[in-house]
Every structure is written in structure tokens, then in C-alpha cells.
Design a protein around this ligand. Structure first.
Ligand code: SF4
Ligand code: SF4
Length: 129
């Protein structure tokens, strides 16, 4: 899959429009990562993902975190700055799906021993736009 790189300014504007939240408000306290049940399975944990969106291009074709997040929204409740990282992840996932990026199939997840079992349970949410 070719890369799908989005510059930070466009991405922040899209996220603001889609979620009503400002990623620039993040103070990198790390609470979202601390409460995320699948952070250790991500390539960019929630706080790092928000930071990436703040400052650099994000290549959605290579980003695993958007398929690993199980949409529990625990991070949304805990964020002291109302950034809602789970909604940021959801926005990136929607952009990826609309851009034709294929999520990993259930069979691929099943044979990948790094896949958290909670993700298998919530898989259908990850593969529909
Ligand atoms: S909890 Fe909120 S303010 Fe803290 S790192 Fe995560 S997104 Fe940033
Ligand atoms: S919504 Fe996603 S990023 Fe947030 S705590 Fe749940 S699994 Fe982690």
C-alpha cells in the first residue's frame, strides 16, 4: 500500500471539524496512555499519536494504532484537556477507510500472536466506515 501522508495543519482542522476537539490543547500528561487497555500493542500509544498529529506528518497507511484501538473511550473520560484521543483515533480510522486503506482481516489478526484478545471481540467496528 502506498503511503497516505497528511500534514498536521490539515489533519488538525479535520479533527476539529469531525470531533469538535483541539489536539493543540494536549499537554502530554500521558493519562490517556496510562488508562488505554491496548496501548502496549500500538505503534504510537494515544499520547504519542496526539503529539504526532500536533507536530508532524502522519502516514495512515503505516499506522497500526488506528486498527488496534478498541473504541472503549476510557481515554476520552480521563483527558484533563478534553482532547478526546479516542475520537482522534476514530477520525484517523475513518479517513483511512474512506481513502481505501484496508484494515487487517480477522484471519490476519487471529494468527498474529501480538493481537490483543479484546481487539478480536471488537473487530467489526474497525472494518466498517
Ligand atoms: S490525556 Fe489528554 S492532555 Fe493528557 S496526553 Fe492524553 S490527550 Fe494529552
Ligand atoms: S478509545 Fe482507543 S485509544 Fe482510547 S483508551 Fe480506548 S482503546 Fe485506548
Amino acid at each position: 500500500m502506498a503511503g497516505l501522508k497528511l500534514n498536521p495543519r490539515e489533519l488538525r482542522e479535520y479533527i476539529k471539524e469531525y470531533t469538535g476537539r483541539e489536539v493543540s490543547a494536549c499537554m502530554q500528561c500521558g493519562l490517556c496512555t496510562a488508562v488505554c487497555p491496548v496501548a502496549s500493542f500500538m505503534d504510537l500509544h494515544p499520547a504519542a499519536l496526539v503529539r504526532a498529529v500536533q507536530v508532524r506528518e502522519v502516514d495512515l497507511a503505516k499506522l497500526k494504532s488506528i486498527w488496534v484501538c478498541v473504541s472503549c473511550m476510557t481515554c476520552v473520560d480521563k483527558c484533563p484537556r478534553d482532547v478526546a484521543p479516542g475520537l482522534v483515533v476514530e477520525t484517523l480510522r475513518q479517513i483511512a477507510l474512506k481513502s481505501g486503506i484496508e484494515p487487517r482481516t480477522y484471519s490476519q489478526l487471529l494468527i498474529d500472536e501480538t493481537t490483543p484478545s479484546i481487539l478480536l471481540v471488537t473487530y467489526s467496528r474497525k472494518s466498517t466506515g
